[in-house]
Design a protein around this ligand. Structure first.
Ligand code: TXA
Ligand code: MG
Length: 360
């Protein structure tokens, strides 16, 4: 398939291009587009064949449901039913923005879009290109992240092109996304709202609006008997090609452990990289180190994470070590993605034991 690629300015709404892109989606085709979180791979959410084409383009299992993107709050009534009041309060507060809400699905939405579930995930992205594309497409755009299944979500146009050129009809390259991590997913179909995927909209931001308890399971590491509530969360995700390990502990012990491992990897002719905070960057003895940002600036860390994982792939990195970060607030989303990228390999080090104890 020949993919048409357009470069757009940040948040640009070039009417001709958007109309063309919207027509492609209306006719059952696929368009990759920027949002404020990560790039999406969009198709008509109400067209069963489009959902199937999305799964094929991504190489994604068909039981992993898609998020429907809308551009007007009232459109929710066409795709969801028994909508609780709290949905409208949350939408008024956080939309357009990086919050996806799960509601009961209306019969209009084909089961292929929801991966066979009787619930539907909905969000309104805070990005002008995305909003005008959704409008031009008829109002309901199903869009997973625009990566090949299992790879880190693309936050830069060139990585969308790398994964999707030849697999979709059009790519709208709008430069680098602002937030860099996928939306928070909040399930509103249970007795209490539940965070299924942490993101930029944190529990602390949701609680005063919901005025009640939110279920927010801390970053549990693999609970084999409990099926994941967001089906996508069970798959290997966000992973770079190199084997990644998170090293947690005090600063001195982490630096010393990683430098020892770097030396051993070099002797084995492996390319070994480090994901480092600004604070510790200068300590690592390798040229393959990347600064993810200041520990005190979590927005920066979130923004840089997926791009760095992709850059390590570009450089054929065999092994990656990452510092660990605080896991509260936005840090919960950062650590959630890092742990998945590392297939939950995390090593706790401290000064007494430089060898490192595997804690998981
Ligand atoms: O920021 C985002 O959310 C991006 C941009 C493109 O909007 N989209 C995104 O989509 O991350 P995706 O498909 O990569 O992740 C959607 C997640 C999956 O883990 C999926 O299982 C979950 O949402 N999900 C979708 N519908 C669901 C439902 N009805 N119930 C539970 N989880 C659902
Ligand atoms: Mg994804």
């Amino acid at each position: 398939m020949k993919t048409i690629i357009y470069k757009l300015g940040d948040n640009e709404t070039n009417t001709d291009i958007i109309t063309r892109a919207g027509n492609i989606i209306k006719q059952g085709g696929l368009v990759a587009f920027p949002t404020e979180t990560v790039y999406g791979l969009g198709g008509d959410a109400i067209n069963e064949a489009s959902a199937n084409r999305i799964y094929t383009a991504k190489g994604r299992p068909a039981d992993n449901p898609l998020i429907i993107h809308i551009c007007r709050i009232n459109d929710i009534e066409s795709i969801a039913k028994e909508i609780p009041d709290i949905f409208y309060t949350l939408a008024a507060t956080f939309w357009p923005g990086p919050l996806t809400m799960i509601l009961k699905k209306s019969p209009n939405v084909p089961l292929s879009t929801t991966g066979g579930l009787d619930t539907v995930a909905v969000r309104m992205p805070n990005h002008q290109t995305a909003l005008s594309l959704i409008d031009a497409s008829g109002g309901f755009v199903a869009a997973p992240s625009a990566n090949t299944s299992g790879r880190p979500s693309p936050t830069v146009g060139k990585y969308v092109i790398e994964d999707m050129d030849g697999r979709v009809d059009m790519i709208l390259d709008g430069g680098e996304t602002v937030l860099g991590l996928e939306s928070t997913i909040l399930d509103l179909t249970g007795k209490q709202p539940e965070i299924l995927r942490p993101g930029v909209i944190t529990e602390a931001m949701l609680t005063p609006v919901i005025k009640g308890k939110i279920i927010n399971t801390p970053l549990v590491i693999n609970v084999p008997d409990k099926p994941p509530r967001a089906p996508g969360m069970k798959y290997r995700h966000y992973a770079p090609r190199g084997q990644m390990t998170i090293i947690s502990g005090n600063e001195k012990a982490v630096v010393s452990y990683i430098n020892n491992r770097l030396k051993a990897d070099e002797e084995n002719n492996l390319i070994a990289g480090v994901i480092a905070s600004t604070q510790m960057f200068h300590e690592y003895q390798t040229e393959h180190k990347k600064c993810i940002g200041d520990r005190l600036n979590e927005e920066d860390i979130a923004h840089n994470l997926y791009r760095i994982l992709r850059e390590f792939d570009d450089e054929n990195t065999d092994v990656i070590y990452s510092e660990a970060f605080a896991d509260t607030g936005l840090g919960q989303a950062i650590m959630n993605r890092l742990l998945k990228a590392a297939s939950y390999r995390i090593i706790e080090v401290n000064e007494a034991s430089q060898k490192g104890n595997k804690i998981i």
